[in-house]
Design a protein around this ligand. Structure first.
Ligand code: C2E
Ligand code: MG
Ligand code: MG
Ligand code: MG
Length: 287
């Protein structure tokens, strides 16, 4: 995946860490969860028409005492490998839902689930328990899964998603367009949202093809009654191109906000939610 992680960490990709570093991280991850080295940041998700924050995506971070910031592209696969993914996911679920309770009421929080969650845990039970514990209304929670998760754990995923939908939890198909993108999933599974991967946005100002893809995925989403979110919008030009070409419901990206720690996201939400007529601005203030 993209270069956005590089500015964050000394590890650019899974490939950049050597065997010894990886062994070190494997040995430290469980304890890191207990020690509180893992925490969440929240990226705003913006309603494009109203220009308002409608929720945030929770993203996990690991600040290792000696090695510094480790990106999720490195530690999530490690958590899966050492059998700690359900602990990580439970931590994310509880922390994110608790945080969301502090936000103004219709605002929602989204968490990411991995294929291994469905293999090793009763995801429905975990979510039900998490919501019970924090008292967040199920409608304010959304889970995101990727296409590869559907391939790997088809049976378990299909069952859990139906149950979660039954509870009232939203279900987003993340990174759409990067995997197998079989349209039959969209039909068979109870998705409420489709998130178009940021790789389409990256070249949207120069690639007619990417533009057409985004606009057609948006049309398809509308036909299927799915909310459509475009991820990874970094520039005004990208936003202009997308707004002109497609009917998009929601946007997410550095242009509107980078992932922020809880205090800062709460401040941002307060600032844009409670001032009358106030809408979220992109960095240049044009939006
Ligand atoms: P994702 O779920 O697709 O999350 C979006 C990623 O894109 C995040 O990277 C975010 O920081 C980045 N991003 C957002 N806006 C922009 C932009 O405008 N430009 C660029 N270049 N990047 C942008 P992050 O936080 O490094 O997460 C990477 C992936 O790791 C996530 O992709 C998700 O699949 C996974 N992940 C993160 N947190 C968790 C977690 O708690 N559990 C699980 N299972 N996976 C997680
Ligand atoms: Mg996601
Ligand atoms: Mg995504
Ligand atoms: Mg992604």
């Amino acid at each position: 995946k993209g270069s956005g992680k590089a500015q964050w960490s000394l590890f650019h990709d899974v490939m950049d860490i050597d065997y010894r570093q990886r062994q070190r991280l494997k040995a430290d991850l469980r304890e890191a969860l207990d020690k509180g080295e893992l925490f969440l940041v929240y990226q705003p998700i913006v309603d494009l028409r109203a220009r308002r924050i409608i929720g945030c995506e929770a993203l996990a971070r690991w600040n290792h005492a000696e090695l510094g910031n480790i990106p999720p592209s490195v530690f999530v696969p490690i958590a899966e490998e050492i059998g700690a993914i359900s602990d990580l996911t439970r931590f994310v679920l509880i922390t994110a839902t608790r945080e969301c309770k502090h936000w103004p009421s219709p605002l929602r929080v989204a968490i990411n689930l991995s294929a291994t969650d469905f293999r090793t845990t009763d995801v429905t039970e975990m979510v039900r328990e998490g919501l019970r514990k924090t008292g967040l209304s199920p409608e304010r929670l959304e889970v995101e899964i990727t296409e590869s998760t559907l391939i790997e754990e088809k049976q378990a995923v299909s069952k859990a998603l139906s149950e979660l939908r039954e509870l009232g939890v939203g279900i987003a198909l993340d990174d759409f367009g990067t995997g197998y993108s079989s349209l039959s999933y969209l039909h068979a599974l109870p998705f409420t949202k489709l998130k178009i991967d940021r790789s389409f946005v990256a070249d949207i100002t120069t690639s007619e093809r990417s533009l057409k893809l985004v606009s057609n995925i948006a049309k398809l989403s509308k036909d299927l009654d799915l909310t459509v979110t475009v991820e990874g919008i970094e520039t005004e030009d990208q936003l202009d191109a997308i707004s002109r070409a497609a009917d998009i419901d929601q946007v997410q990206g550095f242009l509107f906000g980078v992932p922020l720690p809880r205090r800062e996201i709460a401040e941002l939400i307060e600032r844009v939610s409670f001032a009358p007529g106030q809408t979220i601005r992109s960095r240049s203030g044009k939006v």
